[in-house]
Design a protein around this ligand. Structure first.
Ligand code: C2E
Ligand code: CA
Ligand code: CA
Length: 549
């Protein structure tokens, strides 16, 4: 404020000196007129210019007396008005600067808010929650206190969503958020860190059972039915609990172990469970593998496999989809279906995506350098789509390998967009403006509304393999596939059918005017070397018809 005041008085000084200058000019003009008028009167009265004549003119001519007073009037009036104008102008500038500054501040606050809060419930999101846990760990360490983290899973969320739709599900999520906020105390916090997972942080306690007490209160609070669209509806919840420092000393480990506890809670009678290491033996392998994924990235245990995408009409090679594989020293090959969902729960997905982007962009640049015009598809996860830094990360990787965005297709799943459509749309729009092709993956399995689909700058729609695999056996699936192809074409999108396993399926897709096909019929996802061999030999068999056309 002092600074602003100093700036104001400096502005006033500058303005005043400018106006004062103008007033001085006025005085100078007035003095000049007096001299000219006096000389004129002298000449008129005495017929010449003399000192006596000038004195006579000045003493006897009343009009000159009036004129003589003008410089003083100018001087005084100039000084007065200069001060007034300068102060008024200064105050106006000051007010406007303040207004602009407060507007900029509120815009910045709004942007920060949406990056750290959940859209549907207004609760802190995963980013802010992790931040709070990190802070709480620091102060608990200093004060020798304990912490507990609770993951509360809304277990029948999918059923509720399927039955009631998005608006009512959001209403219920909001009511859950309110009830959870009423349960916590003091510095403790609630967040929504995943579609159907809330988390609670109990800070700075000495009571090692604080987590269990809170879990019981949460169960009581969420027991009464929720109201949505005049329906009364009960929800089922599971609660996983971890304690700091007993179960880990960083937020990623704690959340990962809370995930294991959550899994056990779902099987328990109580509906909640505190993590113990013996759970690791009973929980799915993927939960314990999480802690090893970070090392796997560093130790080069991950690899990118490639699966070709083929033009249905011509049989020519269109491009490849990059699919990540984990070659674990003990467990052998682990499918991404096992470790990606868990990586999405912790922040590991960010590192995994960055790793996959670097590998595929580098390979894409290499193919284009060799004159192979392949479109390379990469999978992005839901979490990536909610990360405002994603477009900059992608731009950085593309620049470092010299990749033209038009060579790349980014695959995003239907469900990942629908968890937070507004924010996803913003990021998708930016990637589109940068020149990337965008594909909507697993189409048919999510809950996308046509309204959103129409708004999105997509290039491709991929029909989920669950429909394509049975296209020959199930009439229903055949109808869905055909209708989806028509829908996509009407929206101006190209269609890829994934999971094409036979020539018959391919022929049927051809009759539906499907554009691209991908599946075991052409090739499984394979290592880079095997893919190169495939291009040398097998690919020719599909390109034959194109050559002959
Ligand atoms: P997706 O993106 O839907 O990938 C297609 C999956 O279908 C792949 O499974 C592929 O191996 C399998 N597939 C391809 N053709 C056929 C076929 O003809 N029949 C059958 N039955 N299956 C076929 P995969 O490689 O196990 O990947 C599973 C999922 O993991 C992917 O599903 C994708 O969602 C995710 N994923 C893979 N790599 C990445 C990655 O780098 N980042 C992210 N975020 N997710 C990835
Ligand atoms: Ca995909
Ligand atoms: Ca898919």
């Amino acid at each position: 404020m002092d600074f602003a005041r100093n700036v104001l008085s400096e502005n006033v000084r500058v303005l005043k000196s400018q106006v004062t200058k103008t007033a001085y000019q006025g005085v100078a003009i007035a003095v000049t007129s007096i001299v000219v008028a006096t000389l004129g009167v002298c000449l008129f009265q005495t017929g010449g210019i003399s000192l006596d004549g000038i004195i006579k003119a000045q003493t006897e001519n009343y009009a000159l007396w009036v004129l003589d007073s003008i410089p003083f009037v100018f001087g005084f009036w100039g000084q007065y008005s200069s001060s007034m104008i300068a102060y008024q102008a200064g105050a106006m500038i000051f007010d406007q600067t303040q207004e602009l500054r407060s507007r900029a501040e509120s815009m910045e606050k709004q942007a920060n808010y949406s990056a750290t809060h959940d859209f549907a419930t207004d609760l802190p999101n995963r980013v802010l929650f992790y931040d709070r846990v990190e802070q709480a760990i620091l102060s608990a360490n200093n004060q020798n206190k304990l912490l507990s983290i609770l993951l509360v899973e809304f277990a029948n969320f999918k059923e509720v969503y399927d039955t009631l739709g998005r608006n009512s599900s959001d209403l219920i999520l909001k009511q859950i958020a309110t009830r959870l906020q009423n349960v916590i105390m003091g510095n403790d916090s609630v967040a929504r860190i995943d579609g159907n997972i809330f988390s609670l942080l109990v800070t700075g306690t000495d009571d090692e059972h604080a987590g269990i007490s809170l879990a019981k209160s949460v169960q009581v609070a969420l027991e009464p039915p929720f109201k949505a669209e005049r329906l009364s509806l009960s929800i089922h919840i599971n609660i996983g609990i971890v304690n700091f420092p007993e179960h880990g000393d960083d937020v990623d480990t704690l959340v990962q172990k809370a995930g294991v506890a959550l899994f056990m809670a779902a099987k328990s009678y109580d509906g909640y469970a505190v993590y113990t290491s013996s759970f690791d033996d009973h929980s799915p392998r993927r939960l314990t593998l999480m802690s090893e994924l970070r090392q796997a990235l560093e130790k080069d245990q991950l690899a990118v496999y490639y699966q070709p995408k083929i033009f249905v009409k011509t049989g020519q090679l269109y491009g490849v989809e990059a699919l990540v594989r984990w070659n674990h020293p003990k467990h052998g090959f682990i499918s991404p279906d096992e470790f990606i969902p868990m990586a999405e729960r912790t922040r590991m997905i960010k590192y995994l995506t960055l790793w996959a982007l670097k590998q595929t962009f580098k390979q894409c640049a290499e193919w284009h350098r060799l004159g192979l015009n392949l479109t390379v598809s990469v999978n992005l996860s839901a979490r990536d789509l909610h990360d405002p830094e994603l477009p900059d990360i992608v731009a950085g990787v593309a620049a470092s390998y010299g990749v033209n965005p038009a060579w790349m297709m980014l695959e995003i799943t239907e469900s990942s967009i629908m968890t937070d459509p507004e924010r996803s749309l913003e990021i998708i729009q930016r990637l589109h403006e940068m020149g990337y092709k965008l594909s909507i993956d697993d189409f048919g399995t999510g809950y996308s509304s046509l309204a959103y689909l129409k708004k999105m700058p997509l290039t491709e729609l991929k029909i989920d393999k669950s429909f394509v695999s049975d296209v020959l056996l199930s009439e229903n699936d055949a109808v869905i596939v055909k209708a989806t192809i028509n829908l996509a074409h009407n929206l101006g999108l190209q269609v890829t059918a994934e999971g094409v396993e036979s020539l018959q399926a391919l022929d049927l897709l051809d009759s539906y005017a499907c554009d691209l096909a991908q599946g075991y019929y052409f090739s499984k996802p394979v290592s880079l070397e095997t893919f190169h061999q495939w291009m040398q030999s097998d690919a020719k068999q599909y390109t034959k018809s194109a050559d002959s056309e």
